[in-house]
Design a protein around this ligand. Structure first.
Ligand code: FES
Length: 118
């Protein structure tokens, strides 16, 4: 385990997001319905940022080609469905890889995440 203190809990109020850097990784912290999540901010498809992606059915949806990843496990729930027709071709550019997610805990008013370096 390699726990790193990344943010004061009060800086991540319900409905907000923050990107923090831990080593070489950009980690997206989300407070969705009072549940905290820590996921890689880089979409596994074309390495574009996920920060502005909406959340639907417990998954974050990439704002670019709408791949979706379960917030708890990072599992792919939809791979590159957008835009219609072209999405199928774009889906072949890279494998349907899961989104890295990170263990998170709150202690003494701070958010800690466990990030293993690549
Ligand atoms: S960059 Fe995220 S789905 Fe293409």
């Amino acid at each position: 385990m390699s726990w790193t203190k990344v943010l004061a809990t009060e800086a991540l109020s319900p409905g907000t997001r923050q990107v923090v850097k831990v080593g070489k990784r950009n980690i997206l912290l989300l407070n969705h319905e009072n549940q905290l999540y820590a996921v890689e901010n880089t979409c596994p498809h074309l390495k574009l940022p996920l920060k502005s992606g909406k959340i639907a059915d417990g998954a974050i949806v990439c704002p670019f080609h709408r791949s979706a990843f379960d917030l708890r496990t990072g599992a792919v729930t939809n791979w590159c469905p957008w835009p219609p027709g072209v999405g199928k071709l774009l889906s072949m550019v890279s494998q349907a890889n899961a989104l890295p997610v990170f263990p998170l805990r709150v202690e003494e008013g701070n958010i800690w995440i466990d990030v293993q370096e690549e």
